[in-house]
Design a protein around this ligand. Structure first.
Ligand SMILES: *Cc1c(COP(=O)(O)O)cnc(C)c1O
Length: 373
């Protein structure tokens, strides 16, 4: 085993739970598919795809669509405005973009992110032998601890800071002012990870071009195309250019390029679905908070984090699973996530099945009143 780097040997694999036969509310997927006529049109666009040829290495058509759908306003101090001076890099999911960014860093680089946060920042940093620093969020509000973040920037001089906006697994949007302070204080890159932008009604995309170190990363996964694996990074041309050098030449396959381009060009379809999911988020949030012993945290994403009674997180997770619903158990991560579970919003009937399963799990132990009075 000594042929492998010690960082690799020390890692454990990113485990994905088997959801066979279960209602799947664990991975922030969109539960809806497409109407039949849209499917027919989509298949039509695939029919003449030249599978014998390599894909367009630059994904030019898809990149153009992404730029068209994400207009950048003219912004001071640049007089150019729009996408001028900025560019887009496509990735095989935003996971690949995180990996590419980190691969481009010197081996002595530090990486900073709030904790709890998205696990791949740490996983990929450690895998590449970089120093990773998770800076605790404030308890209960899960807001950035700005003084702690600024101290850590001073102390570690991170090459990259990742800020998920909204944050996963907590679901909240960090303070805009704190993020801006972090961007200004950092000499390294600041990546605003907007995986949940479709549900958030908030974005830093309009701030692109105002800061030389600001990048915005997005993905189509949570929108409803997780199976296609397509993420993108927008930011200053001189940074994107470096990343193009180290990506594999054909990282986005032809079927993904065509399908995402088709789907984004028909985005009214997703607008309806995300509106429905956001409306159901309010319903489930309120229902969770009525349950005795449950605290649900406000979310701007397509999932809700909630806390169970003390020391019962894993037991309740298992009880919900036994009733046929798979959510995510975060309790084993400890710290601020002790006793916390995360549920992805599904179809209304799936959400109801989850709430019933949770209610039964709470009742099955010795708490007689499930409803708060
Ligand atoms: C899901 C998620 C990603 C990964 O998205 P892919 O494009 O599917 O790789 C990135 N960042 C955050 C915060 C996520 O929750």
């Amino acid at each position: 085993m000594s042929i492998f780097r010690k960082e690799v040997l020390a890692l454990s694999a990113y485990k994905v739970a088997d959801a066979t036969g279960l209602i799947k509310l664990d991975a922030m997927e969109n539960p809806y598919s497409w109407p039949e006529d849209i499917k027919v049109n989509w298949l039509d666009t695939l029919k003449d795809c030249p599978l014998n040829r390599y894909p367009d290495p630059e994904g030019r058509q898809l990149t153009a669509t992404i730029k068209r759908l994400n207009p950048i306003p003219p912004c001071p101090p640049s007089t150019k405005g729009g996408w001028e001076g900025l560019d887009v890099l496509l990735g095989n999911g935003s996971d690949e973009i995180i990996q590419l960014l980190l691969m481009a860093m010197p081996s002595t680089a530090s990486v900073l992110a709030p904790d709890p946060g998205f696990v791949m920042y740490k996983q990929l940093s450690l895998c590449l032998g970089l120093s990773y620093h998770g800076i605790p969020l404030q308890p209960d509000s899960f807001e950035l601890d700005l003084p702690a973040m600024l101290d850590a920037i001073e102390k570690y001089q991170p090459s990259v800071i990742f800020l998920a906006y909204p944050n996963n697994p907590t679901g909240n949007l960090f303070s805009n002012a704190s993020i801006t302070d972090i961007i200004k204080a950092s000499k390294g890159l600041v990546v605003i990870d907007e995986a949940y932008a479709p549900f958030a009604n908030a974005s830093f995309i309009n701030s692109l071009g105002q800061y030389p170190n600001l990048l915005v990363m997005r993905t189509v996964s949570k929108l409803g195309l997780a199976g296609l694996r397509l993420g993108y990074l927008a930011g200053p041309q001189n940074i994107i250019e470096q990343l193009h050098k180290i990506r594999l030449p054909y990282n986005i396959n032809s079927l993904t390029q065509i399908s995402v381009n088709f789907a984004l060009s028909n985005h009214s379809l997703f607008d309806q679905q995300t509106q429905q999911i956001c409306a159901d988020r309010t319903v489930v949030f309120n229902q969770l908070n009525i349950l005795n012993g449950i605290t649900a945290y406000p979310s701007a994403a397509n999932f809700i984090l909630f806390k169970t009674p003390k020391n019962r997180g894993t037991e309740i997770f298992e009880a919900i699973k036994k009733q046929g619903v798979l959510i995510k158990n975060l309790s084993p991560q400890g710290g601020l996530l002790s006793d916390c579970l995360r549920v992805t919003l599904g179809k209304p009937e799936e959400n109801t099945a989850f709430l019933n399963a949770l209610t039964n799990s709470l009742r099955s132990s010795n708490s007689p009143n499930m409803l708060k009075t």
